[in-house]
Design a protein around this ligand. Structure first.
Ligand code: 13P
Ligand code: SF4
Length: 341
């Protein structure tokens, strides 16, 4: 799922003011009515109305990751997608302000790729267990210990860690990036499971780091077998941040965008997404004929981003992302090498 949503959204041709907000927002509710109960909608409508107005007044766009809740993903976002799509799209944003409805490393990546823009992260606590698992000093020590191996760094890292790297990757291009290096051995940080999954796919020897995604490492192979037993015929799609034995149990493994594309292309009658909770809701909106089985592992960092937080970000210009220029230049080089492949 990596799409620029038409702007303005067709449901919002006239910009809503307080008086007509309810009427104008109502077509939008129809869009998410499969996943948001009517009783919950009034709690969202006022913030949605305000955010749409603020975006126009402040010349801002909202980039939203696939793990955002549906009222953010479908009702206020301009561009949605996986980490790779958000990085690509951030490069060409013309608006003055980018609000990142995602986690901090995504906002940092947007800032390094489009440094003249104000990039806002609505809640500074929106981190990532992978990003916090490794420091720039750790990478320097790994280089000393394993000299002459290229360092491939997952985008789920700080700018300082990216700056110590040769090239970045996302879950959507990790295999391609590793293969493009044409060497028998690489350092790939910080996700031990992504590294193990890529090593198996490519045959390249990978020296990894002991980081893990706190959402995906909780899935187990046994859980997948139970899901299959309880839901005969279910198609299992897993994110490559899952342990290898979980990926082995799946019918397909890929980035959040690749999972979404799989559902669109194959239209399975029943599917389970072995990833963060909100993904299924967001895809279900566009696939009324697909039955989604929904185990729910929430990412506590992604869930820091709420409509009130986005509204406050636009009202108060917080929290503007800054990166030390010396770090930004080196980190950008690693991200741009990835985007060039
Ligand atoms: P994607 O790049 O596949 O969207 O993954 C980002 C992420 O944080 C997964 O946990
Ligand atoms: Fe990080 Fe995992 Fe949350 Fe993605 S889902 S932001 S990898 S903790």
């Amino acid at each position: 799922m990596s799409a620029a949503l038409s702007s303005p959204h067709p449901a919002f041709a006239p910009m809503p003011g307080p008086a007509n907000a309810q009427a104008v927002l109502s077509p939008l509710y129809q869009r998410v009515s499969r996943v948001i109960p009517p009783i919950e909608w009034p709690a969202f409508a006022d913030d949605i109305d305000a955010i749409l107005r603020l975006k126009r007044e402040r010349n801002a766009v909202i980039l939203a990751h696939n793990y955002m809740t549906p009222e953010i993903f479908h009702c206020v976002s301009d561009i949605v997608g996986d980490s790779l799509a958000l990085a690509r799209e951030a490069q060409t944003v013309q608006a003055d302000i980018i609000v990142m409805a995602g986690v901090h490393f995504m906002a940092e990546t947007a800032k390094m790729l489009n440094p003249d823009k104000t990039v806002l992260i609505p809640d500074l606590r929106a981190g990532c267990s992978l990003a916090s698992s490794i420091t720039a000093e750790d990478v320097r020590l790994m280089r000393q210990r394993y000299p002459s191996r290229p360092v491939v760094t997952y985008v789920n890292t700080s700018a300082a860690v990216k700056a110590e790297s040769d090239i970045c990757c996302t879950s959507g291009n990790a295999r391609k990036i590793v293969e493009s290096l044409g060497v028998p051995e690489v350092i790939m940080i910080p996700d031990q499971y992504l590294a193990a999954n890529v090593a198996r796919e490519t045959g390249v020897k990978i020296i990894s780091w002991a980081g893990a995604c706190e959402v995906h490492e909780r899935f187990t192979a046994r859980q997948i077998r139970s899901l299959r037993a309880e839901n005969p015929g279910v198609i299992v799609l897993a994110h490559p941040e899952c342990p290898t034995d979980v990926v082995d149990e799946a019918d397909f493994a890929g980035s959040t965008a690749a999972m979404s594309d799989y559902v669109t292309a194959k239209q399975p009658s029943r599917v389970v997404l072995i990833t963060e909770c909100s993904m299924a809701d967001n895809i279900a909106v566009n696939h009324p004929d697909v039955d989604f089985v929904r185990p729910c592992n929430l990412c506590p960092h992604m869930k820091r981003i709420t409509l009130p937080a986005i509204r406050a970000a636009l009202e108060t210009n917080t929290h503007a992302v800054t990166i030390d220029p010396a770090i930004a230049a080196r980190a950008r080089a690693a991200v741009e090498r990835m985007l060039a492949i």
